[in-house]
Design a protein around this ligand. Structure first.
Ligand code: NAD
Length: 482
């Protein structure tokens, strides 16, 4: 076993956090893992003493200087102004891959899906989690779903590299690209491009709604599943819960130069301070951390002792069932039981065997394409409380010789020309202007148009340039737009 100590940072978190962290650290210590632990304070206490990010600036350096960060769940205070610290840590430290193994431990932990063994690889840095939101009018609020090519390439390559490293057979991609043609469309496209480089791994794509139904019903149909951030967040909880309990799943957040390990569940404040919570999610996250920092033998030791504890029916309340369990224990007693079994292996469940630290290759952004970008017009959003015909008339009067009104849409539905009487409209209208002549607009023509609209006292709430890339529109048409 390694003798040099490995520096890690640890945050005890909120709610059940301190209890499950205490249990986990005791097990780590008993395993002999040579860790040098530096505790840091983040979360509710830091938020409540006036730090809206939930983390003090000095704490970043401590985390960045350590080899890994083991984090218990934290409570995000309700109400405006408090940013999710989990998202902040993941994005600030570039921890782009969230890896969540969801495994059934049947017959020892009750599950409808014995044999389930799915790894969700969730994109961690973009999608709706950039938290870029706007109120544009009294009635209209917007959240930006941001998907980038480098972001897709990194996470999808990670999923294939993970599958290859851990001898997984298939990688499935979930998107909603039948609706979100550009954003989810890109994720799917990059999946096809990168997947082609892994001929030995089976590949498939599901639309997320039916894919989610299939995952909840027949998880054995899946192996590694890669998803944009939001779908991955939701479906990894579903997958963990149907495998047995959200209390059983750990997760790794991996970046090119740092890593954070945590349970997938939250701080369960209602269960706090009662010695009730299951420390397994955090413990399995710690096992992932040991593998990551090269302490595979200690990871194997702990994982097997934990499996043996489950097999012997020593269970916390969340997985305790009269039929399958023998002894209901609290957090502390569960940790004691795992420590007593260090050195033992499970009899029925497959034993863990981590050999060397398996380093997954992080590939840099591979696309070097530089398509020709042309300005094809502009969508100008305008607050308007009256009839669309009147709005269109005002807009036409305000148009400049270079740009003309092509259509007006409301919540994505074309309402001018030819509004259907049934179409329900709100107070923010997307007004699409395109060049009158050769199909290319200039930035100055757009400024002139905006200036003309402002002079007419029209309230512009947002603008979006319409670009084409190598002749392909980089924007969608409104429903019913030609
Ligand atoms: P939660 O996961 O904390 O709890 C939901 C329920 O799951 C609990 O009431 C409990 O019955 C059960 N549960 C969860 N973990 C358990 C465990 N280890 N052992 C036994 N039972 C367990 O979800 P929530 O109630 O929606 O969120 C509570 C707080 O946690 C919120 O402030 C939320 O923002 C935060 N949260 C933090 C993280 C994180 O730090 N990574 C993740 C999710 C939620």
């Amino acid at each position: 076993m390694a003798t040099q100590t490995i520096p890690i940072t640890v945050a005890e978190g909120d709610g059940i956090g301190p209890e499950i962290m205490e249990a986990t650290l005791r097990i780590l210590k008993a395993s002999g893992a040579p860790l040098e632990i530096q505790k840091v304070e983040i979360g509710e206490k830091v938020y409540l003493r006036g730090q809206p990010t939930g983390i003090d600036p000095a704490t970043w350096d401590l985390i960045r200087q350590s080899k890994a960060f083991l984090k218990a769940p934290i409570t995000t205070p309700q109400g405006g102004g408090f940013k999710s610290l989990n998202v902040t840590v993941r994005t600030t430290l570039g921890l782009y891959a969230n890896v969540r193994p969801c495994v059934a431990y049947s017959p020892f932990v009750e599950t409808k899906h014995p044999g389930m063994n799915v790894v969700i690889v969730r994109e961690n840095e973009e999608d709706l989690y950039t938290g870029i939101e706007y109120q544009q009018t009294p009635d209209v609020y917007e959240a930006l779903k941001l998907i980038t090519r480098p972001g897709c390439e990194k996470i999808i390559r990670y999923a294939f590299e993970y599958a290859q490293t851990y001898q997984r057979k298939k990688v499935t991609c979930f998107t909603k690209d039948n609706i979100l043609k550009l954003t989810d469309g890109l994720f799917h496209k990059v999946f096809e491009e990168i997947g082609a480089e892994y001929p030995n791994i089976e590949k498939e794509h599901w639309i997320v709604d039916i894919g989610a139904a299939k995952l909840a019903d027949t998880p054995a149909a899946f192996d590694v599943v890669v998803m944009p951030n939001l779908y991955g967040d939701i479906l990894s909880d579903v997958a963990a819960q149907i495998a047995g309990s959200v209390g059983l799943a750990g997760s790794a957040n991996i970046g090119t130069s740092g890593a954070m390990f945590e349970a997938i569940h939250g701080s369960a404040p209602r269960r706090a301070g009662q010695n009730l919570a299951n420390p397994s999610g955090l413990l399995l996250a710690a096992v992932q951390m040991l593998v990551h920092v090269g302490l595979s033998e200690h990871a194997t030791l702990i994982h097997n002792a934990w499996l043996k504890t489950l097999e012997e029916g020593i269970h916390t309340y969340d997985i305790f069932k009269e039929k399958t369990s023998k002894q209901k224990v609290g957090t502390k007693e569960f940790a004691d039981a795992v420590i007593e079994r260090l050195g033992q292996k499970p009899d029925t469940l497959p034993a863990a065997h981590y050999t060397t630290a398996r380093h997954i290759h992080h590939a840099p952004h591979s696309s070097t394409a530089k398509p020709q970008q042309e300005l094809k017009g502009i969508d100008i959003f305008i607050r308007w409380d009256r009839d669309v015909e009147l709005l269109a008339k005002q807009l036409q009067e305000a148009s400049t010789p270079a740009l003309k009104l092509k259509m007006v849409s409301n919540r994505g539905v074309k309402v001018w020309p030819n509004k259907m009487p049934e179409t329900a409209c709100v107070d923010n209208w997307r007004c699409r202007f395109v060049p009158t002549k050769d199909g290319i607009a200039s930035p100055q023509e757009i400024v002139d148009l905006l200036s003309s609209l402002v002079q007419k006292e029209l309230v512009v709430t947002q603008t979006a340039y319409l670009f084409a890339f190598d002749g392909q529109p980089g924007y969608t048409l409104a429903q019913d737009e030609q």
